[in-house]
Design a protein around this ligand. Structure first.
Ligand SMILES: *Cc1c(COP(=O)(O)O)cnc(C)c1O
Length: 415
């Protein structure tokens, strides 16, 4: 048997989006210890407004000009973040009447809001029609309440059909299309649904396809977008009105774990340019839309908690922090991950520290699940130091069980 060369350990992608000044990380241009004082408590999430704007600008520069960019706000529904993004993107995608309210309050124009989700209540559908937003129909059941809302308000409901495609997004962290799914209407049932939409007098505007989330493989994203386009084109032949909006989903991922690299946009941009060119003749007047959550906000956020204790157990160093799983379920590895891996972390007030040691960072909850980083090498930390979890701008505070074990809630700031 031959032995290959020793494999280099996998590293995290470089976290260079936040500059360092002296020993401290800068978030929103402010030293972390000062920001913590300004916030008035740890733990907190901080989102950097300039980084969010730069991410949108970078994407716009890479993508063909006509492609519309929407923000899927479930990734980070903090009202200040939604209002910030509402000024930067072309539309907001909401998934409940609660999110709809935040988007409208944040200044998003109703014509550019779309509402998706598998279990829309009749009252939510009425709110959506009254607001004048586009409803992505996910079930034939939604037609009757939409028709009732339309006649009660004297406004035809604006609708698109969310299609559950007959393919899956390869290489996606969470699959949300293809096979048997609670999301969308199976492609083969869509022609009948389109006839029912016409009969009910709803205003048909297009199609919505969303194949999955957290994808770092450009080829897989291109495939899904091309297949989504082809499927929408076939279905458009049965549509009661011209397609005005073709939402091809998104699923753009960000690097969280060792060995993952940032998504290459160039191949996706080339493919979208091709699709946009075809759409200009196949579906005149239709806009191509991408809806992205994590990609727009994930890298712009950090979660910050403070070291409460430094314990040594049988030779292993544990940093016990005041934050953990209850605020950041994803970093603990319990938000849909099959295998627990560490998010990138730092000691935010010892960025230049050179006395390194291997540590495990845990939270204050009395459960072994409350783990923020396992056996990572960091500058030697003391009680009072600030633990930073990078890549925390998406699926953080609102995707975590904050009431679990009765510890205080986290704060959130946009700086
Ligand atoms: C969750 C969701 C998104 C956003 O996914 P990200 O991976 O955060 O970009 C987009 N569209 C729909 C329909 C979703 O459910």
């Amino acid at each position: 048997m031959t032995q290959g060369p020793p494999r280099a350990p996998l590293r995290h992608a470089e976290m260079a989006q936040f500059p360092v000044e002296g020993d401290e990380l800068l978030v929103g241009g402010m030293r972390l210890s000062r920001l913590a004082a300004r916030v008035g408590q740890t733990p907190f999430y901080a989102y950097d407004r300039a980084l969010i704007a730069a991410q949108v600008a970078g994407l716009r520069q890479a993508l063909p000009a006509g492609v519309k960019l929407h923000y899927a706000m479930k990734a980070n529904p903090m009202p200040a973040v939604v209002a910030h993004l509402a000024r930067l993107v072309d539309g907001i995608d909401v998934a409940s009447a609660g999110e709809l309210g935040v988007a409208l309050d944040g200044g998003a124009g109703p014509r550019e809001i779309s509402f998706a989700g598998p279990g829309k209540r009749d009252a939510e559908l009425l709110q959506a029609v009254a607001a004048g937003v586009l409803v992505n129909i996910e079930s034939a059941r939604e037609i009757a309440p939409l028709a009732r809302a339309s006649s009660a308000l004297g406004l035809p409901a604006r609708v698109a059909v969310r299609v559950n495609p007959d393919f899956e997004l390869r290489g996606s962290g969470m699959k949300m299309g293809g096979g048997a799914k609670p999301f969308g209407v199976d492609a083969e049932q869509v022609p009948a649904l389109l006839a029912d939409i016409a009969a009910a007098g709803l205003s048909f505007e297009g199609f919505h396809l969303f194949a999955g989330s957290q994808n770092l493989k450009p080829d897989a994203i291109c495939d899904a977008q091309s297949q989504s386009y082809a499927l929408a084109l076939r279905l458009a032949q049965r549509a009661p009105a011209p397609v005005r909006s073709l939402n091809l989903g998104g699923g753009f991922g960000i690097p969280y774990f060792p060995g993952e690299a940032r998504l290459a946009l160039a191949p996706i941009a080339d493919n979208l340019a091709l699709l946009a060119q075809r759409a200009a003749t196949d579906l005149p007047g239709a806009s191509l839309v991408l809806e992205l959550g994590r990609y727009l906000v994930g890298e712009a956020g950090v979660y910050v908690c403070r070291v409460l204790d430094r314990k040594v157990s049988r030779g292993q160093v544990f940093l016990v922090a005041d934050g953990g799983l209850h605020h950041h379920l994803a970093a603990s590895g319990n938000f849909g991950q099959a295998l627990r891996r560490n998010y990138p972390v730092a000691i935010g007030n010892r960025m230049q520290g050179d006395a390194l040691e291997p540590v495990t960072i845990v939270g204050p909850l009395c459960t072994p699940l409350d783990l923020l980083a396992e056996r990572v090498t960091l500058p030697r930390a003391q009680v009072g130091d600030l633990v930073v979890v990078y890549q925390s701008g998406a699926y953080g505070a609102t995707a975590s069980p904050q009431a679990f074990l009765g510890h205080p809630a986290c704060a959130e700031v946009l700086v």
